[in-house]
Write a protein that binds this ligand. Structure first.
Ligand code: HEM
Length: 224
């Protein structure tokens, strides 16, 4: 079977969206756990600060760093391209009368996913320009002292606010995304659907709660 034939299949596309989504969930769990080292505070020097040691460890292991970056970039691009293609394919396949009768709930869910996904795309671009490249808020970028960059950034309520709003968008995207990925990958029995929803809510709460705790920790002075 050729790649073109596979690409025309909506089942194959759904699998691609689900698998690339789960790869990103794996990255988010790791990234969130790494960022929680902000709570371990500042060490006697920037080099002896836990989160800076972690960043330095990643930089000192280019195979790990670039391997993760390449898999992540590939997953993000494939996730976006496949979602756009799947949405267009579904619209074309749907006769006008069906479109009118289509369930309001499922339309709302897919619109929320597209809107949430776009919000996250803008957020990720801003986030990379902010923390990885230091192109926005240049005056706050104190590389390689990641601790200081995160601290001085989140001491500005507007920046913290942007991050918190982005995590809320991420939460809704993850809750729906994780349970749909489970269904696509075969957990479709009604008995397991409720369990899948709970897994989606628990994972999204863990990831987004962990991320949100950092700006909240800075604003409340718990991280200083
Ligand atoms: C409070 C929340 C977050 C904080 C404090 C944070 C912090 C950081 C920092 C400091 C870096 C740069 C690491 C370095 O270059 O040494 C980074 C990179 C990155 N972050 Fe976040 N992050 C947060 C949330 C997120 C979220 C929600 C996403 C995705 C939706 C995300 C995706 C990324 C990506 C893709 C990179 C680039 C990784 C790389 O350079 O290899 N981050 N983050």
């Amino acid at each position: 079977m050729s790649v073109c034939t596979l690409w025309r299949s909506s089942i194959v596309k759904k699998w691609l969206v689900a698998i690339t989504g789960l790869v990103m969930v794996g990255f988010l769990l790791g990234h969130m756990a790494g960022n929680l080292q902000m709570f371990l505070g500042r060490g006697p020097s920037p080099e002896a600060t836990k989160i800076n040691e972690y960043a330095a460890f990643l930089k000192a292991n280019p195979a790990l760093l670039w391997g993760t970056r390449i898999v992540l970039l590939f997953s993000v691009l494939l996730h976006i391209v496949t979602t756009i293609s799947l949405t267009r394919q579904n619209r074309k396949a749907r006769p006008e009368s069906y479109a009118l009768r289509a369930s309001v709930a499922s339309n709302l869910a897919s619109r929320t996913m597209i809107f949430g996904g776009l919000t996250l795309l803008f957020y990720i671009i801003y986030h990379l320009l902010h923390f990885t490249l230091g192109c926005v808020h240049q005056e706050l970028f104190t590389y390689p002292d990641v601790y200081q960059t995160v601290l001085s950034s989140f001491q500005i309520p507007l920046i913290s606010g942007v991050y918190i709003v982005a995590q809320i968008a991420l939460y809704f995207h993850l809750v729906h995304g994780i349970s749909s990925a489970g269904e696509t990958l075969g957990v479709s029995h009604p008995r397991y659907r409720e369990c899948l929803n709970r897994i989606g809510i628990a994972t999204a709460t863990l990831i987004c709660g962990g991320f949100i705790s950092i700006p909240v920790g800075v604003l409340t002075g718990l991280i200083s």
